[in-house]
Structure formats: C-alpha cells, structure tokens
Design a protein around this ligand. Sequence first.
Ligand SMILES: Cc1ncc(COP(=O)(O)O)c(C=O)c1O
Length: 379
Amino acid sequence: MIDLNRARSYFDLNKGIVYLNHASHGPLPLSARKAYDDFLDSWQKTEHDHDVESFRIIGELRGKLAGMIGADSRRLGLSYNTTSGLSIIAGGYPWKKGDNIILSDGEFPACVYPWVSLKRIGVEIRFAPTDDGFINEDSILALVDKNTRVISLSWVQFDNGYRTDLKKLGGFCRSEDILLCVDGIQGMGVVPLNVPENNIDLFTSGCAKWMLGPCGTGFFYLSEQAEEKLRPINIGWLSVDWNDDFTDLLKYDLPERKGPSKYEYGTYAYQDIRALNASVDLHLSFDRASVWDYVRSLTGMIIDKIESDDRFELKSSKKESRRSGIVAFRSKGAKPLYEYLRGKKFIVSFREGNIRVSPYFYNTPDEIENFIRALDNYK
Ligand SMILES: Cc1ncc(COP(=O)(O)O)c(C=O)c1O
C-alpha cells in the first residue's frame, strides 16, 4: 500500500491542477529542491571544499540506481540523458560496412538518430513494422541475419505505453552475440525490472520523467560482454582513478577505470547529482512493487472507463505483461478533447493522435475519478 499523505508531502502541488503527465516530465520533489538549495548555499558561501563529499555521493548514487535495476554498481555509469547511453554503443562499436542494426518503426526519435548517423559509414538500419503502434518482437527477429550487430528499442513505448518483451529479445540476442540496447526512460522508476536477468547489454535512461530527477541527469547500465567489444569514446581525466586525491595531477599514466563509470570523463554537474540523489532516495523509501501495483490500479480505472464508453478507443494494451504507467486513447476529435481536458486543468499529453495519460504514485483515486467525470461530461 502507498501512504498517499507521505507521497504527496514530497511535492508542492498546485491545488487547481491534476498532473497526469509523468511520461513527459516528473515534478521535482521538495527534497531534491532542498538538495539544490543546500549545495548552492554552501557553494556561494565558500563554506567547504565539496569534492570528497560529492565523490562519495556519486559512488552511492551509482549503487542506488544499480540496485533499482537489480545490477551491480560496477556496471553503472552516470550520464545526462537517455541518448548519451546509446551514443556509447553507436560511437564505440567497431562497425564494419554491411553491419546492420534493427529498430522498430514506432520509436521515439532519441532511440533512432544515434543509429541513423551510422549510415554514413555503411551501416544498414532496418525498421521492423509495429502492429497498430505495438512493438512486435517476432517482426524484429525476422529481420535478423548474420550481419546484425545491434537490436535497439524502447522498453516502454512513448506514445501508447506498450511494454516490450525484453526477456524474449535478450535471450535471443545473447545466444546470437547481438547487443540488445534498451531505452528505459518510460518505465524506469515505475515498472520494476531486473536488467541483468533479461540479458540486456545497454540499459539507458534519462531521469527527468518517472525518476523525478532534474533535466540533464541520467544513467546507463553496460554489460561486461558489451564493454569488451567497445572502443571507449570520450575518455578524459575523470575516467581514471584519483582515489580522491587531486594534489598530484601531472600523472598521465593512470589506467582507465574498468566499467561504465569510465565514461564519466570530466567535471560532473554536482548540483544536479545531489538533487537526483534526493529523488532516488524518495523512490527507495517506497516499496517498488507497491508503487507499480498502485499505478496499475489508477491506470486500470482509466482503461475501464475508456472501454465502457464507445466515444473513445483504447490505444494501449490491456494485457498485463504489456502494461506500463501510460494509457493512451482516442476520440473522434482527439485534439479538441485534449484542449478540453487541459482547460479543466488535467495535465495530459497529445501524442501521435492519442490522449496520453500517465499518473503516478502520489495521484489519488479521487483525482482519477474527477478525470473520468470530465470525460463523462465531454460533449
Ligand atoms: C522513449 C523515449 N526515449 C527518450 C526520450 C528522451 O531522450 P533523452 O533523455 O535523450 O532526451 C523520451 C522523451 O523525451 C522518450 O519518450
């Protein structure tokens, strides 16, 4: 069970607004705001040299994020967004002319452009067709041949919330020595996932949506198998181990750290990392399975309403294994419906012709009932 009073106490929610748009952007918790304030205060007042404390927090944060995906902290690197993780493979894989990469044709562009840029060196990009917007793992596997090096796709689709069967793809990719790269941003924080168990090679996520972190924060998991294949890109002075001692900097022969943290190559956005650390602490203070159950109960209320009203068409899957925190639906004029809902202060998105609703663990059943009432009253 979620303690809603506690959950809501983390946010300074505008009373007139019902925010159901976490697939776009999560609100910054008060505790993250405080972490900014504390850091900026001590920075401005030159009260202390923060390096040692910041590096301690960075180490801890890797461990906490790794724990959320069932991984070892040594397999985790901090980054800036989802794309930065994909770029490590796109830029670092030893591509040969004629290699191919398989994507789906319903992807958010962040999951496409890092790969498309490889066409200029002779890498072929193959798009597997979606079924009515749903990823089809069999269509993806049907495009594989002996030159396939990477399959890359979102765990949860941005427009309809459809959840990919990562286990099926991961097992196949590991057995065929293909890298499975997963954009995790639309599931990370809301749907539990064990990344190593699914044989994922790269799992990358920005933290400004369901993770409730600042814009410009993110992380990625990289499997050992993938790391061994890569030519490291963007290596810098913070890719090596200084053991928190920055007094003797003219050493140019320090070995690169092993593991993804070697891609953290220069000065960190310390203030953002402190805030993200507070957001992650908030996540860890709630039972992850209960958060997921609760979000599912809220999206279930919306699905039931859409299914029972023939003015609306559900564009998300009802199948348990395919659900996420996103529900998408249509009406005849979806744009006017979207504007009507925004006018009533329900903050949702309009994506690819769908109304996209994405509630979270601090939304109340009353808020969802009010949303349903607004749909009832739509003329
Ligand atoms: C599926 C998906 N991937 C990636 C992104 C964003 O990518 P990045 O974090 O690199 O800006 C979004 C949304 O903004 C998204 O919905």
